[in-house]
Each structure stands twice: as structure tokens, then as C-alpha cells.
Design a protein. Structure first.
Length: 118
């Protein structure tokens, strides 16, 4: 497991709207450039509404990050990564970025006592 994941989980759990808004305003120039780059990619791929596609991608990625934080090692992060590649017609990844996913359990449920990070 990536050794930074526990710290990432902690940071995400402490993020609140005021903090998020402050960071966004401080990084507005960089965020706008990144958004514009993603929108240009969607436009080049023929999207009818590149801005909406950029917001959709950010929303999906934000949801994946949140769920991966909540469900920890029980979340199928690698399968989600592969599914995103399929959704956006990108080449399939040739290896896992972190650990392989746990076996499918059919439903995600947060545990009251999640296992300690490795």
C-alpha cells in the first residue's frame, strides 16, 4: 500500500468548505488553466459541452477519492481506474498503481472499526 494513503485520508477528512474555498481562491490561476486544458481535450474529442464534461470528470474523480477514503482497502480503486479508462476510451492500464483490488463483495459498507493501515 502507498505509505501516503493514511495521511491523504486524514487530510481529506479534515477538509471543510471554508478551507476548500480558500485553497481554490489561492490557486485560481492554476485551477483555471487545468480546467481549460481538460475542456480543450474534451472539445478536441468532439464533446458537445466541454465545460460540462470537465465538471463531470471532476465530480466523478471527487466521488472516487471520497469513496476510496471512506471505504479504504475495501474500495475497488483499481477497478474504478480501469472503468474510467473504458469510459473515456483510453488505453487499458497495464499494471495496478497500488495494490490489486479486494474481491468483489457486491455492496460497499463502511466498517465501524476499519483495519489498521499497513
Amino acid at each position: 500500500m502507498d505509505q501516503s494513503l493514511p495521511q491523504q485520508r486524514l487530510v481529506l477528512s479534515l477538509m471543510t468548505h471554508p478551507v476548500f474555498a480558500r485553497v481554490e481562491s489561492q490557486k485560481d490561476t492554476h485551477l483555471t488553466a487545468a480546467e481549460d486544458t481538460v475542456r480543450e481535450l474534451f472539445a478536441a474529442r468532439g464533446a458537445a459541452d466541454p465545460a460540462l464534461e470537465e465538471v463531470m470528470l471532476r465530480s466523478v474523480l471527487g466521488g472516487v477519492i471520497f469513496k476510496a477514503t471512506v471505504y479504504a482497502d475495501g474500495y475497488p480503486l483499481e477497478r474504478m481506474r480501469r472503468r474510467l479508462h473504458e469510459m473515456y476510451d483510453l488505453p487499458a492500464p497495464d499494471h495496478a498503481l497500488l495494490d490489486e483490488d479486494p474481491p468483489s463483495v457486491g455492496r460497499l459498507r463502511a466498517r465501524t472499526n476499519p483495519p489498521e493501515d499497513k
